[in-house]
Ligand binder design. Sequence first.
Ligand code: ZN
Length: 240
Amino acid sequence: MTDLVSKARRIAVLTGAGISTASGIPDFRGPQGLWTKNPAAQAMFDIDEYVASTEVRAEAWKFRRAAAAWDAEPNAGHRALVDLERQGRLTGLITQNVDGLHQKAGSVLVHELHGTVWYVDCLTCADRVPMAEVLPRLEAGDPDPACELCGGILKSATISFGQSLDQAVIDAATRATQEADLFLAIGTSLQVYPAAGLCDLALRAGIPLVILNAEPTPYDDEATAVITTPIEETLPGLVA
Ligand SMILES: [Zn+2]
């Protein structure tokens, strides 16, 4: 199985929350996840509720201000994927994470399916500014900062429920998968589309699927190998 990965020359990687938990980023759906412990928090991630309510937006901004991502550091799992890219064996690093830790580690070929917390978009004029420009406005006492160009509602550049994914990112992720001779799914429960659909795409194309995840996934039966040991301990040896 280790052989399968070491022999692969064009690897498409999909990552989910599991790769970042060792960096102190809580997941949403796991046993300790935000939504598991507080289902009401889901309103912050629903575009209709966000647009309709200043209270929901103020809650969301409080949550963003306190986000673990600002101070988190990449772990050995993130760094192993940088090595894979520098070896020239990565067709693309597709991630469901919004924490930016792959880029912080040094990965370049990153396709963020669910966007990023490091930028803020105006929902009216689509102007995009760095989160670092908006957080000080919260510190200064504005609970729901508006767009400085048009007065529109600002939101982190992440995909909320009810929002469409970026088609260009989906296309890039699809290409990275089609070009691969191995599909490696890491730290993802594979229960959300289009991430899970990329596994279908790989399997239909006859590309072997290797899953590295602590919990069972719906694709375990079709995978060539399933590894459940901790990602940050396993991945460096797997891609070395
Ligand atoms: Zn605007």
